[in-house]
Ligand binder design. Structure first.
Ligand code: GCV
Length: 846
């Protein structure tokens, strides 16, 4: 008896461990784990044992296979496939038309294109679980919806109802290059391309399409908008057709980004003038060739006249001329053109107080309203600059009432911590989608404009720049896929709340355990405001290194260059004056009620104040606090809250699988350290430029820190850091031309346990090793090989190693020993010794 109980305990723990260990993120939200608490026998009994698929399409076949797969995995039941409705309970898949004959008494609700209905029909004592699509894609989406419900522990009957997508365009863009790199991709090489051509094995491409389809995405542009004309060579079109083949079973249509100069670059023409008949004919032939290889090809995405890309302006033509020429070639095949409004001059004149990059899209595209062909959609980034931590909604959305529009959102975290920081973006996207732009002085939230409701447009929707890579878990950070999932949920229904998205994603991706779900949900919902606080609050934009990798802090890099991401900070004040009266006039591009709101300092929201206005540092916000003190305080608050994320995650120890727990913990600890780098750099920079100290005297007065300059050094020498604010006194200490260097501190701490952090720099190339010695005995050793984006000591590469709970006594001697590697000279900045327990970080309520 005892032995048996022991055996069953052993089995249980093996099952438990297997459950907690066998996760790598590759299945994302399609894990099909057994719902927990385990489904009852009643649920098992309720599931029909037979599945009938009435639709002959490839897409519906995927739906049927997926249901069988999901039910087997979650409920341990193998469904029997039948071709006729049996005399027993059955799942039935089909379109509204296909269900009419077998179920004459069933009246399907009216469905929009790609919509679905779920219902339980009882006839002759048999239950039919109907998954009804407006079309094959609808059947697929309904099937995935059902499986997601089962995974979250819902019954089929409770899912009954109908749903249709808000808009026809629900695409992702990938910025993949033919050599296999991905522009602004942070999760490994391309799943499509390698070494100048399409990969031999496209398994991941098919898996990606399945993931996309599971949340209703119906199009994917597979190459960089900075497009390589060679993609349109005949052999490449044939190769790309293989990707379309991998997408097709999932109803995901392939599209390509095209370079507008292709007729000249690869077509042998002496021009790419959209007004030239030869050029138009070249595109017609090229499009015919593409459709011969890819009959369901979706269309083109175009970036032109932007950031050095060639464009129609070369010939005095407009974006409408270029878009319409391509549209004419695509129209006979049902293809569309997504023409990007991200067109601006990146050689702006900083000395011109009227110059403003934010104005560009509206200035260029608004006058063209009404000139775009019916199968052209203008693809507009959510804000007027470039995916910053906060921007206002682009005024162009209200300025194109006679044009199809799509909003472009960025899933890949270019300015948002590059998947090393946790930033859940649906919360941010909702602020854009819900923003009421008051076109014609009526309620016109952005979501209604892109859904085509406001201006009665037939086409429009949502484009997300995904940039997944070959990393097993697609986006590198185990919590980053919440953004891809969230993008798709909002593209399907922009009224979905961030909380619903976060909860559903957590359940599907981790567990139905309420503690897990509520903790991850809380972390996700608070993460964007936290990131905003320690980067660029008050509408300052991200304040990142914009002439470098767009990652670490570098506020000065915003200024005095042609890129126009200026914040115009000087000794007296900060912010861009974008008012009509005294500034660049950008605010005047909005409808009148929004103009009024942004123009008045009284009504302009604090979180966009410095985007819209230039004010003195001593200007007081509605909180009563000055601008400068708010900047300081928010940076301290944000860094504390980032530390709080670590603590929250630690409460999930043993509640989720070991690998994802540890991987996430490591990243959150890194983020908490990098938030301190951000805090210190931005605060130092503002303290210097404004000449106004922090009321609380915190900047560069950290009692727990011992800088390398204060330590006794053997071999370490100082180098200047650019930008200066990303290291103490603008210096890093490097070990050059030696095998090892040391920096030693004589401590005088009262006896107790301490956390010891070593702040050092980790370059992309080179893997220096460090040792930490207490009283000459090694207490830690690590290698600097985190592949941070830089090859110099600065805010991109500054990071920390923390050792927790080290017992110290007065008179202890602490030594850092650095061993350089390659071109990385084991650079260090300071050590920080914090008594345990550390002050609890404030928990922020979203
Ligand atoms: C693909 C920003 C990014 C570029 C990107 C561009 C765009 O400038 O930094 O990498 O280019 O936006 O959206 O076209």
């Amino acid at each position: 008896m005892r032995a048996r109980r022991f055996r069953s305990l052993l089995t249980l723990s093996i099952v438990f461990c297997a459950m907690l260990h066998a996760e790598d993120g590759s299945q994302a939200w399609l894990r099909y784990a057994q719902p927990s608490p385990n489904p009852t026998a009643a649920v098992h009994r309720e599931i029909p044992a037979v599945i009938v698929n009435l639709d002959p399409s490839l897409v519906a076949a995927s739906a049927e296979t997926e249901i069988r797969r999901g039910v087997r995995s979650m409920l341990g039941r193998t469904l029997r496939v039948e071709t006729k409705i049996p005399s027993e309970d059955a799942w039935v898949l089909g379109t509204t038309d296909e269900l009419r004959e077998p179920f004459p008494n069933y009246h399907a609700p009216s469905l929009g294109p790609e919509g679905f209905a779920l219902t339980v029909l009882t006839e002759h004592g048999h239950h039919r679980w109907l998954i009804v699509g407006a079309d094959p894609r609808g059947i697929l989406y309904g099937s995935f919806h059902t499986l997601s419900g089962i995974a979250r522990g819902e019954s089929f009957a409770s899912m009954a109802g109908a749903d249709s997508p808000a808009a026809p365009i629900r695409w992702v863009n990938q910025w993949d290059n033919l050599d296999g790199t991905i522009e602004r991709g942070y999760a490994g090489p391309s799943i499509f391309f390698d070494n100048g051509s399409v990969r031999t094995h496209l398994t991941r491409a098919g898996e990606f399409a399945r993931l996309l389809a599971s949340v209703g995405i119906n199009g994917c542009t597979i190459n960089n908008v900075n497009a390589d004309p060679h993609l349109l060579q005949p052999e490449m079109i044939r190769a790309v057709a293989r990707v379309a083949d991998a997408f097709r079973p999932w109803g995901v249509r392939l599209s390509l980004s095209v370079a507008i100069n292709s007729p000249q670059a690869i077509g042998g023409l002496d021009t790419f003038d959209p007004g030239d008949a030869k050029v138009a004919a070249w595109w017609r032939d090229k499009v015919d060739e593409i459709y011969a290889a890819i009959p369901d090809f979706a269309g083109f995405v175009v970036k032109a006249d932007s950031e050095g890309e060639p464009g129609p302006s070369r010939y005095g033509r407009t974006p409408a001329d270029a878009a319409n020429m391509l549209a004419a070639a695509l129209r006979p095949h049902g293809g569309v053109v997504l023409y990007r409004a991200f067109v601006y001059n990146h050689h702006l004149d900083w000395s011109d107080p009227k110059a403003d990059r934010a104005r560009a899209s509206y200035d260029i595209f608004h006058p063209l309203d009404g000139q775009f062909a019916g199968n052209v959609i203008v693809q507009i980034k959510n804000g007027p600059i470039d995916f910053q931590v906060r921007e206002p909604v682009s005024p162009l959305f209200a300025g194109l009432p006679k044009t199809n529009e799509a909003v472009e959102l960025q899933v890949t975290q270019e300015y948002m911590g590059q998947q090393r920081h946790l930033v859940f973006l649906p919360t941010q996207w909702k602020t854009y989608l819900d923003f009421d732009v008051r076109a014609d002085n009526r309620s016109t939230p952005l979501k209604d404009i892109v859904d085509g409701k406001t201006f009665h447009r037939p086409l429009g929707g949502y484009v997300g720049v995904a940039n997944v890579g070959l990393d097993t878990n697609w986006l590198a950070h185990p919590l980053a896929m919440a953004n891809l999932y969230g993008f798709a949920r909002l593209a399907w229904n922009p009224n979905t709340s961030s909380e619903t998205i976060a909860r559903d994603w957590s359940r599907l991706s981790f567990s139905n355990n309420e503690k897990v779900v509520s903790t991850i949900t809380h972390m996700l919902l608070s993460s964007w405001p936290i990131y905003e606080d320690y980067t660029g609050p008050l509408g300052l934009q991200t304040l990142t290194n914009i002439t470098g990798p767009h990652y670490g802090p570098a506020p000065q890099s915003q200024e005095n260059n042609g890129w126009g991401q200026w914040i115009r900070a000087d000794r007296n004040g900060v912010g861009m004056d974008r008012t009509v009266e005294t500034g660049t006039g950008f605010i005047g591009q909005y409808p009148s009620q929004v103009v009024q709101m942004f123009t008045s300092l009284k009504t302009c929201p604090d979180n966009l104040l410095l985007f819209m206005h230039h004010v003195p540092y001593t200007y007081r916000l509605r909180t009563g606090k000055t601008i400068i003190q708010t900047i300081y305080d928010l940076h301290y608050q944000g860094a504390d809250d980032a530390a709080g994320l670590v603590q929250q995650w630690q409460t999930l120890h043993r509640l989720i699988d070991y690998d994802r727990y540890n991987q996430t913990l490591t990243l959150l600890e890194y983020q908490a350290g990098h938030a301190i780098v951000w805090r210190d750099a931005v605060n130092r920079w503002f303290a210097k430029i404004s000449g106004i100290p922090d009321d609380n005297g915190r900047i560069d007065h950290d009692p727990n820190r011992i800088t390398a300059s204060q330590m006794q050094r053997d071999g370490y020498t100082p180098v200047d850091v650019t930008p200066w604010e990303s290291a103490t006194d603008g210096k890093a200490w490097v070990c050059k031309d030696r095998a090892a260097c040391t920096a030693t501190a004589h401590l005088d701490r009262s006896a107790g346990a301490y956390d010891i952090a070593v702040q050092y720099f980790d370059f992309r190339q080179g893997a220096s090793t460090f040792q930490l010695l207490l009283n000459h005995k090694q207490i830690a050793r690590w290698t600097a090989n985190n592949m941070l984006p830089g090859q110099a000591p600065n805010g991109d590469t500054s990071t920390r190693y923390t050792l927790h709970g080290v017992p110290l006594r007065p008179g202890d001697v602490l030594t850092i020993e650095g061993h350089p590697d390659d071109t990385e000279p084991a650079p260090i900045d300071y050590i920080e010794i914090v008594p345990q327990p550390a002050a609890p970080a404030t928990k922020r309520h979203p």
